[in-house]
Design a protein around this ligand. Sequence first.
Ligand code: B12
Ligand code: SF4
Length: 484
Amino acid sequence: MPEAPALRAGGRRPRVLLVDPYMAREDPMERKFIELYPSLGLLTLGAFLREEAVDVAMVDLTFARDLRPVDSSLARFVPDVVGVHTKTLIAGRAMEIAERARAAGALSVAGGPDAASRPELYLRAGFDAVVPGEGERTLTDLARRAAARAPIAETPGLLTWNGSAILRGPPRPMVRDLDALPLPAWDLVDMEAYLGRWERQSGERRAAVLTSRGCPFDCSWCSKPTFGRTFRQQSPGRVLEELVALKERYHVDYVRFCDDVFGISRSWLEMLLDGMLERRLGLKFECLARVDLLKPDLLRRMREAGLARVYVGVESGSQKMLDLMNRGTKVQQIERTAEALRRAGIRQFWFLMLGYPGESLEDLEATFQLFRRFSPEEYSVSIAVPVPGTRFHETLKGKVSVDGRRTRGSGGRTLLYEAAYGEALYRWAQARFELEAALGKARDKISPRLVARLERAADRFHRQVATPLLTGGESAAPAREITR
Ligand code: B12
Ligand code: SF4
């Protein structure tokens, strides 16, 4: 059992050092998609702590090469508490940081999605505590106790370790009014490093904004360790305040709304869009949305207000699969939305998922044909990952072959459970989507007739060679006639 670290004498303002252990240069997905924003969770925690008279510093390792910035901040800032953000991909580094915090005599606490879903791992690895949910009030409380050398185990919302089991502090209710939270403390990170990078890449100064917490939908594979199925949102006025601040302070001209689902309430969204138009913010924006919410008339209004790109959770082109995933969407809604986006000139980024239990070759083909028909500008096609804690994971009952968490950074290219077919079939399916996307792009450059011939050749290879070979003799579902 790790010994409790010796806490420094109280009598001064508590000090918290926040750390984001994510290093972009080590992220395989990052190299592919190149999207970098500072952690909104940590920036909000920082702003809240400051309002509560806690001194805050932050080490953001996104652009770092090693842990030296952590060592120098520990030496310079001398924190009472080191608060580390966690994601599965960076669990190992989070644990190294806890060790260094301990060596520096500070208390270490982990928060964020990974620590929320497997707190014991972090506690066993030497973290003094884990905050499995929203962190603002719990971290403030912990910082005060730590600075006063008071016991921490009874802190509401906190998990600690007694050497053999988790000790749970009393429950802490979630923040009810998100408007009461301060604007993110952007000054804690090097915003110019992010904005300058975006500017060089895309010509736009891009920043991330979050207008809500949680999601009320219930897709069976979705892991929501922090906020569960709760849903709260800021008022449109509060969102506008944040947009104006980003524009005025940092000359931001493009915003990524990071909500799990943007615009769940139509009236809320219309108020926000009206506000953006009235104030002539001139911002472009992107968001993740559901096809059942993106009605064509709403899309027109969003386009007017600056919508440039939408991430769409299409997942499958088969209604049977959408129902099995409890997705709550219809293939017709996907078609309607994809068409409306195309007409409005809004870029679409599709998320597609292969290999979900129950998927037949016909279902796979339906997804492929939908993709071919709409040729989204961007896409990600992954093999379903059974994340522990989800219904998908539970229904597999012992059929999970690898701990899903370990390979999440692999970008959904590994089959982690006993699916209907072997991994090779899904890998081939992914390759087929990639080929189709390349042909889709080539359509503007080479003759459409040549593209059609290449497509037919690829389909023949799929039907006559790849599918029988990879399924032990099954024949591929017939390709339907497609219209563009
Ligand atoms: C926006 C977002 C992004 C954005 C911005 C990322 C960023 N820098 O924050 C982009 C698109 C860049 C992105 C990238 C990635 N993301 Co992301 N992302 C999200 C998303 C949708 C929202 C995150 C967010 O801002 N939440 C709002 C804030 C307020 O909540 P929060 O961060 O959880 O923080 C609160 C609590 O968790 C807690 N807390 C958090 N940290 C700490 C620390 C301490 C000490 C304490 C006490 C409390 C605490 O208090 C906070 C305030 O209440 C989440 C899904 C989700 N709903 O959480 C996925 C999510 C966090 N991302 C995920 C992943 C996997 C990634 C990538 C690794 C993908 C990849 N490249 O392979 C990268 C990593 C990039 C990075 N910089 O870390 C996973 C993490 C799963 C896991 N267990 O690891 C999630 C949960 C999505 C999912 N369900 O799979 N992401
Ligand atoms: S996948 Fe998206 S819509 Fe479905 S439950 Fe998760 S966050 Fe909500």
